[in-house]
Design a protein around this ligand. Structure first.
Ligand code: HXC
Length: 510
């Protein structure tokens, strides 16, 4: 028996070194952890249970029959994050560049199937070069099956991808179908084809960083929802994110002990809005002063800064926050902001996370760049997302809520449950200047007359009371009481039941 146990340990030891000490050294030399080290940081200590440690590929082409490495380039299994189950697969770049073979795909598929069947989140740690070239169509078939499972799991269990090395081909397409993608600065890249292929096909010379580094994907392309400085930081932040998420689409919201009084008032909010309506202020201050202990996990902070999206908690329970940011482009809704917020709203609705929306929006961004870029359809995505959402929806208008953007930002008309406004709210078709210029075009030369017209318009519309008189605003509230109001509204809506008519699926304007 002793020898049998020793044989198991010997085999395990071989599997644990993956592609060998030299490649592990190279991995560390690039500032990256190995696949197993990453799992250790991500999961609770000692909680990881591995599957398929001894699985090897079956390919014999291109000399592959002579090189079998147990585990075949991916470490898979399950463990816990702060006691809650998650399934994990972690690509091992030291084994054939983490590339995906038929058997490597089977390992991932097993984890995907288990995660879906047992309704727990799945996290993929990517550091890999896509389909294993030596395996040809067998590898492509493997990816197809992984993609199919990504789609079936979408909206049922949270799927998170962390890009931690150079990733290409299927190793970017599978993440693209998950809920969130995060990257590590300076060591991770995402592209469908790498710089060498780009040079051959288009004659463009680009570095990996220029083609698909974290700076590109968290800003320009918006493929990634955030980036972190190193592997350890990224993995620890994933632990933080998972704490906010329900296990699946029928599970309760996670509930943490709350040491922050839900009735806490914050008098400084009474002076947050500047006297000059055109002066910006930082909406993040309101978010941080509303959520428990100022703990806010922002999604896509470096893209479309004119809208803020992210997770917080109120009374220990997760909420999704969407807020116009007057500090960037005056908080206007453009194509990027609309898409960013729409995707976030839909994630929250999938997983029954209540939505809290803070509104200060001067409208949609005018201009040819936006119109040619499809603003109508992108804006419609956000409108659609809010209108179809059945989760509790609480809205607080702090200042401007103009035009179509008023309707879009979780208004009463698209099933906002509780709609509050601060006394500083201005709810109107447009700002006074624009309105007067249209209504009194003939009088534009007469400055005094126009000033009076503007004042009349402001007196009539630059307030929340016209909307409140119609019941479009449930209550005009004091800014300092926002947290208390929001938390009471969330408690009120805990039992909310609302269903959309049966359909196969909707047809959101993609
Ligand atoms: C087999 C691969 C591989 C692959 C890398 N390797 N990619 N082996 N299949 N796809 C191996 C290398 O041969 C090398 O082996 C080791 O991994 C490390 O690779 P390097 O190139 O030395 O590393 P680096 O310079 O850091 O570059 C990493 C890389 C590059 C950017 C990922 O390797 C690359 O461009 N690979 C090919 C990417 C690609 O085009 N994949 C196919 C995509 S198609 P040794 O033994 O020397 O250590 C696809 C289809 C899916 O995925 C369907 C999508 C819809």
């Amino acid at each position: 028996m002793k020898e049998v146990l020793a044989e198991l340990e010997r085999r395990r030891a071989i599997a644990r070194v993956g592609g060998g000490e030299k490649r592990i050294e190279a991995q560390h030399g690039r500032g990256k952890l190995t696949a197993r080290e990453r799992i250790e940081v991500l999961l609770d200590e000692g909680s990881f249970e591995e599957f398929d440690m001894f699985k090897v590929h079956r390919c014999t082409d291109f000399g592959m029959g002579d090189s079998h490495i147990p585990g075949d380039g991916v470490v898979t299994g399950w463990g816990t994050i702060n006691g809650r189950t998650v399934y994990v697969f972690s690509k091992d770049f030291t084994v054939f560049g983490g590339s995906l073979s038929e058997t490597h795909a089977q390992k991932i598929m097993k984890i995907q199937d288990m995660a879906l069947q047992n309704r727990a989140p799945i996290i993929g740690l990517f550091d890999a070069g896509g389909a294993r070239i030596q395996e040809g169509v067998a590898a492509l078939g493997g990816y197809g099956e992984v993609f199919q499972r990504n789609v079936l799991a979408s909206g049922v269990i949270p799927q998170i991808s962390v890009i931690m090395g150079p990733c290409a081909g299927g190793d970017v397409y599978s993440p693209a179908m998950t809920d969130f993608i995060f990257m590590v600065r300076d060591t991770s890249y995402m592209f469908v084809t790498g710089p060498d292929v780009v040079k051959t096909v288009t004659n463009e010379t680009v570095t990996a960083e220029q083609l698909g580094g974290a700076s590109v994907h968290t800003t320009k392309s918006s493929i990634a929802d955030g980036a972190f400085d190193n592997d350890v930081d990224a993995l620890q932040q994933m632990r933080r994110l998972v704490d906010f998420l329900p296990m699946n689409n029928t599970a309760d919201l996670p509930e943490l002990a709350c040491y922050d009084d839900p009735a806490r008032v914050d008098m400084s909010l009474d002076t947050l809005i500047p006297d000059n309506p055109n002066k910006p202020y930082d909406m993040k201050e309101l978010i941080l002063k509303t959520v428990d202990e100022g703990d806010f996990f922002e999604i896509s902070p470096s893209h479309a800064g004119n809208i803020i999206t992210g997770f917080g908690r109120v009374e220990g329970r997760t909420v999704g926050i969407i807020a116009n940011q007057p500090m960037v482009l005056a908080g206007v809704l453009d194509s990027d902001a609309s898409r960013k917020a729409a995707r976030f709203v839909r994630f929250c609705d999938c997983f029954n996370i209540p939505l809290v929306t803070f509104v200060d929006v001067p409208g949609f961004l005018p201009g040819t760049a936006q119109e040619y870029g499809g603003l109508i359809k992108h804006g419609a995505k956000l409108l659609f997302a809010y209108a179809e959402a059945t989760v509790p929806k609480i809205t607080v208008i702090t200042r401007k809520a103009y035009g179509g953007a008023y309707d879009v930002m979780s208004s009463k008309h698209i099933r906002g449950d509780i709609n509050y406004a601060w006394p500083s709210a201005e709810i109107a078709v447009m700002g006074a200047k624009g309105a007067v210029e249209i209504l009194y075009r003939a009088e534009l030369a007469d400055k005094d007359k126009i000033a009076k017209r503007t004042k009349d318009y402001e007196d009539r519309f630059a307030n929340p009371f016209v909307a409140a008189e119609r019941g479009y605003i449930d209550e005009v509230i004091l800014p300092h009481s926002t947290r208390r109001r929001v938390s009471r509204a969330l408690a009120l809506l805990r039992g909310k039941q609302l269903q959309n008519p049966w359909k196969k699926h909707d047809n959101i304007p993609l």
